[in-house]
Design a protein around this ligand. Structure first.
Ligand SMILES: CC(C)[C@H](C(=O)O)[C@@H](O)C(=O)O
Ligand code: SF4
Length: 471
């Protein structure tokens, strides 16, 4: 390791955690934090049991239920769906057996795994964080190296607190300018994925930089890093700064007193050095970025709100043309249709992409004193119990319910419909989540990925609208 070479944020965290590199580049990396949820952990715990192992560092592990929990007000009475109930009960038995800290559905700190980590100060700059979940990239917003892992790797981390990885390449996404009113983090990341495609970040860790990223709150940075995986990247990161420190200060698991001062001093050194090498660089100007809406069944299928449904016949590559044609068919859309003419049946506001307090404030501001359009139903699922409590303390729930939204308990919910929150076949939904795959929100359901502002305005108008000019 040549220390005087300029290094990126990713290089620095990698070097700090590297234990050993073997043949072919396989490296053993130390893992500081491990988040666990009910979907990807059962076989991992089973593996530990089978080999008679314990969890190496229970204090570095935090477990929560999120994917399978109902979001209805009566959810503590029990889970009706057998599969979901078994998954939750299995996690509960495992955390008890292995002595892990766990937030159950009855705990007000419970929520989506990628929302509770930052909220508790479990997610910290300069750390390595893993979770058996692809959207672990969210935590990179804090200047952490956060990667999603598979179930066998979950077992490996539980048993050893290490992980085998190959070092990825460095990619810089620089977002200049300040976005116009009504345009935010979600539009920025959708635009980036639209530009680079779902494979654009393959083999890379993306660092997001530039004025527009610096200007974002931690919530906005999390939204961007969250969807790095949708752009194919291993992880996404933002160098920590004053915004990061202000967010983390006094969080339950953040360092305190003298330790805090020392930590901040170290965190300040983590940013990429001047002249550090990036293997790939992408630049985007946010200054004239329009609100972005997805039209197809991949997060790269995006278009400006003032655009039209694209015509796949114009695509030269045959495979791509056929796949985009199929996407349009699935979505029930015709090329040339103005995006603002697309009518909606459902609105879903939530998920680890946009289920945080800032998102709910944005929505409340837009819908205050108005009503959801006739024939449209809207559901708001706070990302965690603490987000919900904060929203209620601010009176947002009253505004949202007053507008006709269903105000739910926290969880992943209709982001992927592992609980009973699902679209019916052919229902069209404006969703603040991150994936618009076929069937993602319910069999034959049609998902359009949008920002919280767009979802709110679309709920009122009953169709997509240009939130820059809509009032
Ligand atoms: C269930 C889980 C493994 C999955 C993921 O890894 O991302 C889910 O969170 C998702 O968003 O599709
Ligand atoms: S909210 Fe959606 S994307 Fe996030 S962890 Fe849950 S299912 Fe995955």
């Amino acid at each position: 390791m040549i220390q005087d070479q300029p290094r990126t944020l990713y290089d620095k965290i990698w070097d700090d955690h590297l234990i050993e590199t073997g043949e072919g580049g396989d490296s053993l990396v130390y893992i500081d934090r491990h988040l666990v949820h009910e979907v990807t952990s059962p076989q991992a715990f089973e593996g530990l049991r089978a080999s008679g192992r314990r969890v190496r560092h229970p204090e570095r592990t935090l477990a929560v239920v999120d994917h399978n929990v109902p979001t209805s007000p009566d959810r503590l009475l029990g889970i009706r769906n057998e599969e979901s109930r078994v998954q939750v009960e299995t996690l509960e038995a495992n955390v008890a057996e292995f002595g892990l800290e766990y937030y159950s559905a009855a705990d007000r700190r419970q929520g989506i795994v990628h929302i509770i980590g930052p909220e508790q100060g479990f997610t910290l700059p300069g750390t390595t964080i893993v979770c058996g979940d692809s959207h672990t990239s969210t935590h990179g917003a804090f200047g952490a190296l956060a990667v999603g892992i598979g179930t066998s790797e979950v077992e490996h981390v539980l048993a050893t607190q290490t992980l085998i990885q190959k070092k990825a390449r460095n990619m810089l996404v620089e977002v200049t300018g300040a976005p116009p009113a009504g345009v935010g983090a979600k539009d920025i990341i959708l635009a980036i994925i639209g530009r680079i495609g779902t494979a654009g970040g393959t083999g890379h860790v993306i660092e997001y930089a530039g004025e527009a990223v610096r200007g974002l709150s931690m919530e906005g940075r999390m939204t961007i890093c969250n969807m790095s995986i949708e752009g194919g990247a291993r992880a996404g990161m933002v160098a920590p700064d004053e915004t990061t420190f202000a967010y983390l200060k006094d969080r339950p698991r953040a360092p305190k007193g003298e330790h805090w001062e020392k930590a901040v001093a170290w965190w300040r050194t983590l940013g990429s050095d001047e002249g550090a090498h990036f293997d790939k660089v992408v630049r985007l100007d946010a200054a004239d970025l329009p609100p972005i809406v997805s039209w197809g069944s991949s997060p790269e299928d995006v278009v400006s709100i003032d655009g039209v449904v694209p015509d796949p016949d114009e695509i030269l590559d045959e495979n791509k043309r056929l796949s985009k044609k199929r996407a349009l068919e699935y979505m029930g859309l015709t090329p040339g249709t103005k995006m603002t003419d697309i009518r909606l049946d459902r609105i879903f506001i939530g998920s680890c992409t946009n289920g945080r307090i800032e998102d709910l404030r944005t929505v409340a501001k837009i819908v205050e004193g108005r009503r959801i359009a006739d024939g449209v139903s809207g559901m708001i699922v706070p990302g965690s119990g603490l987000v919900k409590a904060q929203a209620e303390a601010e009176g947002l729930d009253v505004i949202l319910k007053g507008a006709g939204f269903d105000w739910r308990e926290p969880g992943c919910s209709m982001c992927l419909g592992m609980n009973e929150d699902r679209l019916s076949p052919l229902e069209r939904c404006a969703s603040t989540s991150n994936r618009n795959f076929e069937g993602r929100q319910g069999f034959k359901g049609r998902t359009h990925l949008v920002s919280p502002a767009m979802a709110a305005a679309a709920a009122i108008a009953g169709r997509f609208v240009d939130v820059r000019t809509w009032s």
